[in-house]
Design a protein around this ligand. Structure first.
Ligand code: CA2
Length: 149
């Protein structure tokens, strides 16, 4: 059975409580449940972590090495700023699927740049909570060696 860490960054603990017009009304707990359930269906054991602290996210990426087979990462606003997170991903030999609820390319210019994309397997954005489900499918496809994944 594959193993994946779903890692969520700053402010994502507020999901479902504010700005529903941008991020929807599903809470982070509900998103995590969705991922546990979808993971069971497609053969991947899901663990979750959310942190508002860059260093904790980096520690979680380091700790995933040798334990997880991949990471689904929504780094929140650190996506657009954090060379440290990018370097952490490069330092562990793990496939990372970058996820965003919103379509960052259709939003403000400062959200168009992603440091995570430079070291990620790929990016999924704009599908709300479904972005996480699509990311799990993509990761399992990659781990199973599907052509094109
Ligand atoms: O669309 C995404 O998933 C983002 O990663 C969300 C980040 C944003 O900075 C990125 O540009 C795109 C923001 C997360 C804040 O989440 C909140 C959720 C509900 C209420 C307030 C903030």
């Amino acid at each position: 059975m594959h193993k994946a860490l779903i890692l969520n960054g700053p402010n994502l603990n507020l999901l479902g409580t504010r700005q529903p017009e941008v991020y929807g009304s599903t809470t982070l707990k509900m998103v995590e449940e969705l991922c546990f359930n979808h993971g069971k269906k497609i053969g991947i054991d899901v663990s979750t972590l959310q942190s508002n602290h860059e260093g904790e996210l980096i520690d979680a990426i380091h700790a995933a090495k040798g334990v997880q087979n991949g990471i689904i990462l929504n780094a929140g606003a650190y996506t657009h700023t954090s060379i440290a997170l990018m370097d952490a991903i490069s330092s562990v030999d793990l496939p990372v699927v970058e996820v965003h609820l919103s379509n960052i390319h259709a939003r403000e210019q400062f959200r168009h740049k992603s440091y995570i994309s430079k070291v990620a397997l790929g990016q999924i954005c704009g599908f709300g909570t479904r972005s996480y489900v699509l990311a799990l499918d993509a990761l399992v496809g990659y781990l199973d060696g599907e052509v094109g994944a």
